[in-house]
Every structure is written in structure tokens, then in C-alpha cells.
Design a protein around this ligand. Sequence first.
Ligand code: ADP
Length: 165
Amino acid sequence: MSRIAIYPGSFDPLTNGHMSLIHRGLKIFDGLVVAVANNPDKTPLFSIQERKQLIADAVAGDARVEVDSFDGLLVDYAKKRGVHTVLRGLRAVSDFEFEFQLANMNRKLDPQFDSIFVMTGEDYFYVSARLVREVARFGGDVSDLVPGNVLEALLRKYGQSKRIS
Ligand code: ADP
């Protein structure tokens, strides 16, 4: 029986921190569903479709990774998919409190639900999608922080006039 986990997040956009988590998750699980959350409270930089495409292109060729999106509660999406384990990353102590609350809330909503946490490597502990967006917007160099296709997409979004490389 293969073990599958859902890796949910905003991925706005996908960063090397996310990629590191995907690679490490694949050492634990046979397959991952990278699930882009549609959060109605946030105005994203990239649309759901763009975010899915960027992830699909970045993991291209790895049949163990499926890219999907979901609306509403993660536990409902997980039930619909018949998957009860999610993969989440911990960057710093600051992530812990929120993730701890979320994991417990999810377990309250669905007792079968479980969360597996993987700690980030020291290379990426400071990388968040929000910081990548902010640095890229003002023309800062994010080439070491995101996959090549995401870098290109950021350049297109923010205009070639602000060269990032
Ligand atoms: P962000 O917080 O960067 O906007 P998401 O909301 O998409 O990213 O996060 C999805 C999951 O990936 C969360 O569990 C988050 O902790 C994890 N994650 C994001 N960036 C990193 C990183 N650099 N290292 C480890 N985990 C990360």
C-alpha cells in the first residue's frame, strides 16, 4: 500500500524552501499531493492556475508528485481525497505556534487527520513566499531562493525593467 500525504500551502509563489520540503517529503512518503489553497482573505500575486502551473513545471517529470488546488477546509479536501496525512514545514519557533494550533484544530475537525512536520534545512530557514514577493517587487535578487521558472514568472510579473539577476 502506498503512503500518500497532502502538502498544502499558498505557494504564492513556490520557493526553494517549498522544493526542499517536497524533496524531503518524498523520502518519507511514496507520493505527495501538493495542494494550493484558495484563501479568499488574501489577494494573491499569482492566480491559483499560475501557482499550479509553476509547481507542475518545477517538479516536472516526477510522477510521485500531483499538483491540485482546494477551496474551503483542508480536512474536507483531505477526506474527499481519502488522504489523512498532511506534510508541513517548520522554519522557526515562530512557525511552531501557528502550526501547533492548526494541527490540533484539524484533528478536532477530523480525528483521523494527522500532520507530519519536517524542519527546513539551514539554507532555507529564512525563505518565505511573502519575503520573496517583497524582495522581487523592489528588484532584489531572489535567484537563489526560487526555482528558475518561478524567477522568470516574477520577472514577467514585475516587469523586465527591474532586473532580478
Ligand atoms: P509561506 O509561509 O512561505 O507563504 P506557505 O503558506 O505556502 O508558504 O507554506 C506551506 C508550508 O510550507 C508551511 O508548512 C510552511 O511552514 C512551509 N514552508 C514554507 N517555506 C518553507 C521553508 N523555507 N522551509 C520549510 N518549510 C517551509
